[in-house]
Design a protein around this ligand. Structure first.
Ligand code: EPU
Length: 348
């Protein structure tokens, strides 16, 4: 403990993944302070370069299809600080272990705007840039000022600007190359007076139902929380990892053709002018999966994009269900779905 880390052998990971899957790790290392990482790796207990070393955040975007193949490392430091930046920007810096939603609410309590649309997303601050979390019209890449990382091969600590993070829809350089860095802290560029982002379908309606015409950032967060509570199962009650599939990005012409054949299919902006994003939830719903259950592995009855663990589903059972869902969408719409969570112990 005085070394800044704690070792647990043959660790139970069931409470460390929001699917609640009973997976184990040969060794769990809880690191209280990222500054202890060089010390930990110098002991040789854990090899920083070991590709089987898994860095765990809140476990909310992870499916254990098998036990962890190697040691698991969790960063637990929870420091938050703010500093004045240029042009009225306030830089809020949080260590990787801070629970994401607590951080969002803390910044709002300081009168800072920018993260309100991302309220109530499970997971930690350190995991947020890895999958470039996004909701209700905002992606975290739009708010990231810098990501502090520990490079596993060299032990170098680096501060990467948003342009160096390779961000894309639910993707980043960190996700594409998971063995390269450990995210130790993230800095966000926030401000005291930023116009709210209200364009996402349903957000204005929710605010209208709350009788709010010109919402503050706190009120936007409240509206987002109300929508999420209604639409998405609470992982503390029913195991899940949020959206299990990404919304597929397809050429605009393909989206137009599909939309002509299925006018109810929601089509969103893509990554540029030439692409569109399709609603995976709608495609899955149309194939009749909503509320489906194979034993304890199921699809949420509230949202077709969310796989749920009704009790004792294994990761392998959830993965088998996910593959059947993707195969049916492929057969009916000729669209390939890709999983959003990281799958440990199996290939998609
Ligand atoms: N829909 C259905 N059936 C359903 C659910 C939704 O047909 O069971 C259709 C509806 O027409 C709805 C549309 O899909 O209007 C979009 O649904 P929603 O607003 O819930 O958004 P989503 O595209 O399914 C994405 C993110 C969520 C995020 C919401 C809100 C992905 C993979 N998911 O879901 O993020 O909260 O938008 O911005 O991009 C997550 O990543 O884990 C996650 C929950």
């Amino acid at each position: 403990m005085s070394d800044g880390y704690r070792l647990v052998e043959d660790a139970d990971l069931a409470t460390r993944n929001t699917f609640g899957i009973a997976a184990r790790a040969p060794l769990l290392v809880e690191v209280d302070d990222a500054a202890a990482l060089p010390r930990l790796f110098a002991t040789g207990i854990v090899d920083a370069a070991d590709p089987a070393l898994l860095v765990l955040g809140g476990g909310s975007n992870l499916l254990f299809a098998a036990d962890a193949p190697g040691p698991v490392l969790a960063l637990t430091a929870c420091n938050v600080e703010t500093a004045r930046g240029d042009d009225g920007i306030v830089i809020a810096r949080a260590s990787a272990g801070v629970p994401w939603h607590d951080f969002v609410m803390h910044t709002l309590s300081l009168g800072l705007c920018g993260l309100e649309n991302l309220a109530l997303i499970p997971g930690t601050v350190g995991a947020a840039p890895i999958q470039n979390i996004g909701a209700y019209g905002v992606e975290v890449r739009e708010r990231v000022h810098a990501v502090e990382v520990f490079e596993r091969a060299t032990g170098r600590v680096q501060r990467l600007g948003p342009g160096e993070c390779g961000f894309a829809y639910r993707d980043s350089a960190f996700k594409r190359d998971p063995a390269r860095w450990i995210v130790t802290a993230v800095e966000f560029a926030l401000s005291h007076d930023k116009a709210p982002v209200l364009d996402y379908a349903g957000l204005r309606d929710e605010l209208a139902a709350m009788d709010i015409a010109e919402p503050t950032a706190v009120q936007v967060a409240e509206a987002v929380i109300r929508i999420r509570r209604r639409k998405l199962p609470d992982p503390a009650v029913l195991g899940n990892a949020g959206s299990f599939f990404k919304n597929p990005i397809v050429p605009a012409a393909r989206a137009d053709a599909l939309h002509a054949a299925h006018p109810a299919l929601p089509v969103f902006r893509g990554e540029g002018d030439a692409t569109r994003k399709l609603s995976a939830a709608w495609l899955i719903d149309a194939c009749g999966w909503k509320g489906h259950r194979d034993g304890d592995a199921g699809v949420s009855a509230e949202h077709a994009l969310v796989l749920v663990n009704h009790g004792h589903a294994s990761g392998a059972q959830l993965l088998a269900l996910a593959r059947r869902i993707a195969a049916s969408v492929q057969a009916r719409f000729d669209i390939a779905l890709e999983p959003e969570p990281r799958i440990v112990g199996a290939a998609w």
